[in-house]
Design a protein around this ligand. Structure first.
Ligand SMILES: O=c1ccn([C@@H]2O[C@H](COP(=O)(O)O)[C@@H](O)[C@H]2O)c(=O)[nH]1
Length: 277
């Protein structure tokens, strides 16, 4: 399979710079007139697929909202992933996995091996057991054309406590993560397959994002207060590598297909304006 970085580049050129999160919050299920149970999540996910699967470049299901309902929730996640991929969209599972290397290898097998029932194009991972512990995910991504997005500067206010802490050589933890990512992406064209998660709420932090040579997944837009107009300040010349991601802002357009499409179009227009595409 072609490397994830190339596939992402093509998908964004074709469908526009947008990732839509699939986060069936209890409050959204209620707002859509659905029950907070497996049937509600199934109907919610099916409606998002029907409305958007053929329009949006990347979808980011949030694993937690499916895991809430045990094996039946996971079955819905599995079939949602399949339907989205069948419609030509890329699926980036927000699972934030991270563990010792030997266990990480099992996570890599679960999500990045095409023979797995829950195979996706890319996953999010947490580097806080040490960047090197994520090696099995990077190896599997390289082997199978997958993508891995590493948490670097997260959108939540608590993140800076750890991410702005200084390492022994004086770099921040976030800078160390970004530097490790840039090493993995050396020479990749048009974009590496190892990305960083950088929230739209972080402002100008002082980290150097310019050498990453991989995609930036940017959550925190809309419901968390981030605005596409602020992205250039954060990313500077790396703005072309930004993958803006909305969940609640778009999902609040439901329960109708038309409402979801209109909310998506509004978000996509705002991102296009901000990214200059
Ligand atoms: O730094 C991060 C990393 C991940 N997320 C996830 O993105 C969505 C955001 O949802 P909104 O409704 O658009 O606020 C959610 O699944 C988070 O777990 C993040 O927000 N920040």
């Amino acid at each position: 399979m072609e490397p994830f970085g190339s596939r992402l580049h093509q998908a964004l050129a074709k469908r526009g710079p947008l990732c839509v999160g699939i986060d069936p919050h209890a409050s959204l299920l209620a707002a859509w007139g659905l029950s907070d149970d497996v049937d509600g999540v199934e109907r919610f996910s099916r409606t998002v697929v029907e409305a958007l699967a053929e329009r949006v470049a990347v979808f980011k299901p949030q694993a937690a909202f499916f895991e809430r309902f045990g094996s039946r929730g996971m079955a819905i996640l599995e079939s949602t992933i399949r339907q989205l991929r069948d419609a030509g969209a890329l699926v980036l599972l927000d699972a934030k996995r991270g563990d010792i290397g030997s266990t990480m290898a099992a996570y890599a097998d679960a999500y990045l091996n095409p023979s797995s029932p829950i195979y996706v194009d890319a996953i999010t991972v947490s580097p806080f057991l040490g960047f090197g512990s994520l090696r099995p995910a990077f190896d599997s991504a390289a082997l199978h054309g997958g993508g891995v997005f590493v948490l670097a500067l997260t959108s939540n206010p608590e993140g800076s406590q750890v991410q702005h802490a200084r390492t022994a050589d004086g770099r921040t933890v976030a800078q160390l993560i970004l530097d490790e990512i840039s090493q993995l992406n050396t020479g990749a064209k048009p974009l590496g397959s190892i990305g960083a998660v950088v929230g739209a709420t972080v402002g100008r932090t002082g980290e150097d994002l310019s050498r990453t040579n991989g995609p930036f997944l940017v959550p925190g837009l809309g419901a968390q207060g981030g605005d596409p107009a602020g992205l250039r300040e954060i990313f500077g010349d790396s703005i072309d590598a930004v993958l803006p991601s909305y969940s609640r802002e778009v999902l609040a357009g439901g329960p109708t297909v038309r409402g979801l499409i209109e909310a998506t179009e509004r978000s996509l227009d705002a991102c296009r304006r901000a990214l200059g595409g």
